[in-house]
Design a protein around this ligand. Structure first.
Ligand code: NAD
Length: 484
């Protein structure tokens, strides 16, 4: 029922641009098509956002009142969890169970940031300086105010549509910002339902404004719009660089959550059963379409053969299928384009002499399914080793000692996530210090907590989401000096 109603709604969204097709990745069938909103929709949305921000209807609402509304959003997300999960699994092809798990974290995200609404405080200070002009004044104090940036543009990809939306929206609302939101053109459906939820929860008119369209039209117009104060972007490093360039016109603040090529280190003293299971899930889950997927596994030479065999066995045993296949653990790639990209990397590897231990081909069925793929004999100079594939493809490489594996792990332009499996706890913490990565997990993988910051080193990002850092990224600091 709700799925049908969002399908009806998307088909009627206004826009003069070309019609964009939404394809079911598990069946290759047309789900719906909708008009590209383009620059015109962005201009209107920015005007609405600016009017709402300047009116103070949300930005000046006391923190405890904002908090109550965010709690209502969370409760309504819980109430509609099944609908949201159904829409996202249908649209992305991911198993329903997985979509359901992701949706439940969205409600918690709103509850977490509801707590911050009443804690956005600055500092107070007795002015100590005696020299210069300041010294001419006596009995002074100073304090800081935390103020919302204003109108923020939220742009995110298709790999976890509702999660990516909430990860940006909840802290931006807690900070008091108004927003213009552009989901990925492949997966705009759950955003429509979330916007209805926001209205029911009492988010005032004009505070959150949805624009649907392509990245190179609507997204680009948002990134360069002079009326936008900040862009919070999640997506590829390539587009992240374009966002930075487009933002230069009015020196927008920019935060970026970008790609990764995450290393997983497995030592010979690790719990190998757990390590290889998690390392396999850590790359094959969601068909490798996760920013933190561990796409390079480094196995100590003593256990290298065992690790390759275990990961290959997992690759062959996980069940692939669409949202309606009850036993499916892994869904398809999002699009024909993504399929072509992933197969392109695999074919290039084959030409370069990489050994395909298992996989390396698409499934002989409808849908953009690629058999989970394990590669060995991958050279660090290869694109396969260096570039983010965003597919179910892992390279397994041997190592002999800490220095060697740290150098290999850090041999990347990316630095998003890393994992170490070893029973030597001191070594684990030493490695956590040496690996250049925004997140390091020790004897666990794919774990997160909304209260901890998440962000990338090197070309994996700018700034942080989640935790205090997440809400602070939507706030600017004003310093006030006063003579008493
Ligand atoms: P993408 O960069 O192609 O697109 C992301 C979003 O940007 C989409 O909404 C798209 O429409 C928009 N966009 C495209 N061109 C644009 C432009 N010129 N100006 C403004 N917006 C534009 O990314 P993708 O292929 O859709 O998603 C996969 C990427 O996202 C991977 O690189 C993955 O690692 C990354 N990702 C990162 C995180 C993280 O938290 N670090 C999380 C999820 C995904």
């Amino acid at each position: 029922m709700t799925l049908q109603s969002v399908l009806d709604e998307i088909a009627q969204r206004p826009g003069a641009g070309e019609r964009i097709q939404i394809i079911n990745p598990a069946t290759e069938e047309l789900i719906a098509d909708f008009a590209d909103g383009g620059a015109e929709a962005v201009n209107e949305a920015v005007d609405r956002a600016r009017a709402s921000f300047d009116s103070g209807v949300w930005s000046h609402l006391p923190g405890n009142e904002r908090a109550k509304v965010l709690w209502r959003v969370a409760d309504l997300i819980d109430q509609h969890a099944a609908d949201l999960a159904e829409i996202d699994s249908f649209n992305t092809g991911m198993p329903y169970m997985q979509a359901n798990m992701i949706t439940s974290t969205c409600a918690e995200m709103f509850r977490y940031y509801a707590g911050w609404c009443t804690k956005l405080e600055g500092i107070a200070h007795d002015v100590q300086q005696t020299g210069g002009i300041t010294g001419a004044f006596s009995n002074m104090h100073a304090y800081t105010l935390k103020e919302p940036y204003g109108v923020v543009g939220l742009i995110f990809p298709w790999n976890g549509p509702i999660f990516n939306f909430c990860a940006k929206l909840a802290p931006s609302l807690a900070a008091g910002c108004s927003s213009v939101v552009k989901p990925a053109e492949e997966t705009p459906l759950s955003a429509l339902l979330l916007v209805r939820i926001l209205q029911r929860a009492g988010i005032p008119e004009g505070v959150v404004n949805l624009v649907t369209g392509y990245g190179h039209t609507a997204g680009a117009a948002l990134a360069e719009h002079p009326g936008v104060d900040k862009i919070a972007f999640t997506g590829s490093t390539e587009i992240g660089k374009r966002i930075v360039q487009a933002s230069a016109g009015n020196l927008k603040r920019v935060t970026l959550e970008l790609g990764g090529k995450s290393p997983v280190l497995i030592y010979d003293d690790a719990d190998l059963g757990m390590a290889t299971t998690m390392a396999s899930m850590g790359i094959f889950i969601h068909s490798g379409q996760g920013c933190i997927c561990g796409s390079r596994i480094f196995a100590h030479r003593k256990v290298y053969d065992q690790v390759v065999e275990s990961v290959a066995t997992m690759a062959d045993s996980v069940q692939l299928g669409g949202p309606k296949d009850e036993n499916a653990m892994i869904g398809p790639l999002i699009s024909e384009k993504q399929l072509g990209r992933v197969m392109g990397y695999i074919d290039e590897g084959k030409r370069d002499g990489v050994e395909v231990v298992t996989g390396g081909h698409r499934l002989d069925r409808r849908g953009y399914f690629v058999h989970p793929t394990v590669l060995t004999d991958v050279d660090p100079g290869m694109r396969l080793y260096q570039q983010e594939i965003f597919g179910p493809v892992v390279a397994v490489l041997p190592f002999d000692d800490d220095d060697e594996v740290v150098a290999q792990a850090n041999n990347s332009d990316y630095g998003l996530a890393a994992t170490v499996w070893t029973r030597d706890i001191s070594r684990a913490h030493r490695l956590a210090k040496r690996i250049q990565s925004g997140t390091v997990t020790l004897n666990c993988q794919m774990v997160f907590d909304h209260s901890m910051p998440f962000g990338g080193y090197k070309q994996s990002g700018w700034g942080y989401e989640w935790g205090r850092a997440g809400v602070e990224s939507y706030l600017q600091t004003k310093t006030v000096y006063a003579q008493l």
